[in-house]
Ligand binder design. Structure first.
Ligand SMILES: Nc1ncnc2c1ncn2[C@@H]1O[C@H](COP(=O)(O)OP(=O)(O)OP(=O)(O)O)[C@@H](O)[C@H]1O
Length: 262
C-alpha cells in the first residue's frame, strides 16, 4: 500500500507561527481569510505544523477554530490564503485528503450505524485492501492502539460513547496518516478517557506523524501540545509553547481568563 507524500518546496511560514525546524512543515497555513456574508470569520490566519509536532488551535466560542479546520479539510474555500501539506497545495476536496497522507476525526464521530467496529475501521481502506490480509492487519493494529481489539465484532452502536469515540480515532489511524486532524477529541470524555487519549496522541507523534487538534479542553491541550495557536475573533492572538501561551496576557483576556472564571 503506497501513499503519496512527496515534499515540494514551500513558501516561508508566517513569522511567529512557524514550526520550529527549518524543514518543510507537514502543514502550512498562510494568510487565511474567510468571510461568511458580512462576517469575517478568519482574518490573515497563519501557522505551521512540523514533523512529529502536536499543534493545538484554541480560542473562545466563535473564534474561528472550526473554520480553520474546515479550510484545511477542503470544506470551506478561503477568500484569501493557502494551505500546503508537505509543501504541496492541499486538495480542494475532503475526499482527496487521504491521498495526501491526511486523516481526520469529526466532532459528530460519523460512525456507520449497524456496522461492526472492525467494519467501521476498515472504511478508509480501498475495497481490495479491506478484503486482504494486509487490510485486516491494519485494522487490527489500529484497534489495538486504541485498546479496542476485543470489540472488533461488536456492532458499533452497542458501545458507550467514549469507546465509539476511540473507534472513530482508530478509523482515522488505520491508514497510518502523516498528518492527523482531530476535531475536539476530548469533548464529552471523562478524566480517565482523556488521559488515555493523551497517551494515544503521544504514540501517534512517536510514530512520526503530526497532529493538528481543535480543542476546548485546555488542560488536555496544555498536556499534549508542543505549540498552541490561540484564535480570537478570527485572528491569531498568540502562538507558542503551552508555557508561553499560558502566561500571555492576550490569551488570558481572550480565553484562559474565561476558563479560569468558570
Ligand atoms: N457556515 C457559516 N455561515 C455563517 N457564519 C458562520 C459559518 N460557519 C461559521 N460561522 C461563523 O464564523 C465564526 C467562526 O465560527 P467557528 O465555528 O469557526 O468558531 P469556533 O472557534 O470553532 O467556535 P466553537 O468553539 O463554538 O465551535 C462564528 O462567528 C460563526 O458564527
Amino acid at each position: 500500500m503506497s501513499r503519496s507524500t512527496t515534499p515540494l518546496t514551500a513558501a516561508g511560514p508566517r513569522p511567529g507561527a512557524a514550526a520550529p525546524s527549518g524543514a518543510t512543515p507537514r502543514l502550512e497555513v498562510e494568510g487565511l481569510t474567510v468571510t461568511f456574508g458580512g462576517l469575517t470569520a478568519l482574518d490573515d490566519v497563519g501557522f505551521a505544523v512540523g514533523d512529529g509536532e502536536v499543534v493545538a488551535l484554541i480560542g473562545p466560542n466563535g473564534a474561528g477554530k472550526t473554520t480553520v479546520f474546515n479550510v484545511v479539510c477542503g470544506l470551506v474555500r478561503p477568500r484569501a490564503g493557502s494551505v500546503r501539506i508537505d509543501g504541496r497545495p492541499a486538495p480542494a476536496a475532503t475526499s482527496r485528503l487521504q491521498g495526501h497522507g491526511v486523516a481526520r476525526t469529526l466532532q459528530g464521530l460519523g460512525l456507520f450505524s449497524g456496522m461492526t467496529v472492525a467494519e467501521n475501521v476498515l472504511v478508509p481502506l480501498s475495497g481490495r485492501e479491506r478484503r486482504s490480509e494486509d487490510g485486516r492487519a491494519l485494522a487490527a493494529a489500529a484497534l489495538e492502539r486504541l485498546d479496542l481489539l476485543h470489540t472488533a465484532d461488536a456492532v458499533v452502536d452497542a458501545l458507550p460513547y467514549p469507546e465509539r469515540k476511540r473507534v472513530a480515532l482508530a478509523r482515522a489511524l488505520v491508514t497510518n496518516p502523516r498528518l492527523l486532524l482531530l476535531d475536539e477529541p476530548a469533548g464529552g470524555l471523562g478524566a480517565e478517557d482523556i488521559a488515555g487519549l493523551a497517551h494515544v496522541v503521544r504514540g501517534v507523534v512517536a510514530s512520526g506523524s503530526s497532529v493538528l487538534l481543535v480543542e476546548h479542553h485546555v488542560d488536555f491541550v496544555m498536556e499534549v501540545a508542543d505549540r498552541v495557536v490561540v484564535l480570537d475573533f478570527g485572528r491569531v492572538v498568540a502562538c507558542g509553547t503551552p508555557d508561553e501561551v499560558r502566561s500571555d496576557p492576550a490569551v488570558e483576556a481572550a480565553y484562559l481568563g474565561l476558563e479560569a472564571a468558570r
